[in-house]
Design a protein around this ligand. Structure first.
Ligand SMILES: CC(C)(COP(=O)(O)OP(=O)(O)OC[C@H]1O[C@@H](n2cnc3c(N)ncnc32)[C@H](O)[C@@H]1OP(=O)(O)O)[C@@H](O)C(=O)NCCC(=O)NCCS
Length: 153
């Protein structure tokens, strides 16, 4: 039977935390602070989305409606055994739809080819630095020294 991936708002953040704990030491896999993450989950302007396979959490992300109608994306992780099955794309799409902000920010490391490609799927052009901005039209652009860093709202 084909495995179903169900995306929903996270009912218990501990499962997402466990997912991160199970990937400790792996590249690009970190949750800045567990307590802060728990706090985020209780904020009106933040959502935690998760994807479950057979009732087990295999992916997560948190979009946050940050300030000045800007979105922030953090905590994107897909279980290593479930990658390349569209889960990351699903989580990103849901987050951008929920945010519906003009600009959305995400840290993406230059070496993180998988994440860069994933975000590129939303961009008409890709030019990405450590900090990417996903515009509503899903165009990624870098923040570089000397460039305008404040989005016009
Ligand atoms: C980045 C990550 C979330 C992608 O999740 P995923 O579920 O495997 O991604 P998807 O299956 O939805 O892939 C969507 C697109 O991303 C790109 N992509 C994903 N993994 C890739 C890889 N290993 N190499 C190159 N491109 C990749 C592809 O363009 C892919 O589209 P395609 O399969 O049609 O070619 C996952 O690799 C991960 O959890 N990595 C570790 C944590 C991390 O880097 N988080 C992001 C921090 S910014």
């Amino acid at each position: 039977m084909a495995l179903r991936f169900d995306l929903s708002e996270c009912g218990d953040v501990n499962f997402v935390i466990e997912l991160f704990n199970n990937h400790k030491g792996e590249p690009f896999t970190y949750l800045a602070d567990t307590q802060l993450f728990k706090l985020f989950s209780r904020l009106e302007f933040c959502r935690i989305f998760e994807v479950k396979a057979n009732q087990v959490t295999v992916g997560g992300i948190y979009p946050m409606n940050y300030m000045y109608n800007c979105g922030w994306l953090g905590g994107l992780l897909v279980h290593k055994n479930y990658r390349r099955r569209g889960i990351g794309r699903k989580l990103l799409k849901k987050s951008l739809e929920w945010l519906n902000t003009t600009y959305t920010y995400a840290f993406v490391e230059l070496e993180n080819i998988a994440a860069r490609n994933l975000f590129e799927g939303w961009a008409s052009t890709l030019s990405i630095g450590d900090l990417a901005i996903i515009e509503r039209k899903y165009e990624l652009r870098p923040i570089v020294e000397g460039a305008e860093t404040k989005p016009q709202t």
